[in-house]
Design a protein around this ligand. Sequence first.
Ligand SMILES: N[C@@H](CCC(=O)N[C@@H](CS)C(=O)NCC(=O)O)C(=O)O
Length: 183
Amino acid sequence: MIKLYGGARSRASIVQWYLEELAIPYEFVLLDMQASEHLKPEFLAINPMGKVPAIADGDFSLWESGAILLYLAQKYDKTTFSGEQLATINQWISFANSTLFIGVFIEAHREREMSRLLTALDKILASQPYLLGKEFGVTDVAVGSILAYIPMLLKLDLSDYPEVMNYMQRLGERPAFQKAMSM
Ligand SMILES: N[C@@H](CCC(=O)N[C@@H](CS)C(=O)NCC(=O)O)C(=O)O
């Protein structure tokens, strides 16, 4: 069974959300990060960087939430993805974890970038319910989780982006989201 290593209120929720969507069995190994369990040799053997999330799938270990999402999509999603589809998924995961995260959560970038990024997302979501079209998928977990952290961690007015707000609401109604992402 897949082991997901995470801490309380950590980015392990992103991976947990997708594991719940995929409905595959997993064990959540909750590390006490206050007690620095993530820096102990047992966990450093899984992720030498001492960061969560990480997974162990049998003998195979992987860390970085984006890499884990891509691995799970390729191995466990019922869809078989073409090379181009995988590249597009990777594009959105990279966007979520670098461009969007930095543009929203790093204050020095927010004024210059957040509006441009959310306006572009708003435009995409005006014509389709999910990032890749009609079907929910792993790209929505990647981008949706970063969006979901906005109201949890920052006091920002998103009313200029009504389609993004509707999207966040749609994602928030999913049972898998509620199980993993609700704080
Ligand atoms: N880019 C990484 C970020 C990982 C990360 O920074 N995780 C935090 C928890 S959300 C962590 O492990 N912090 C512990 C530390 O830095 O000591 C990912 O998305 O997996």
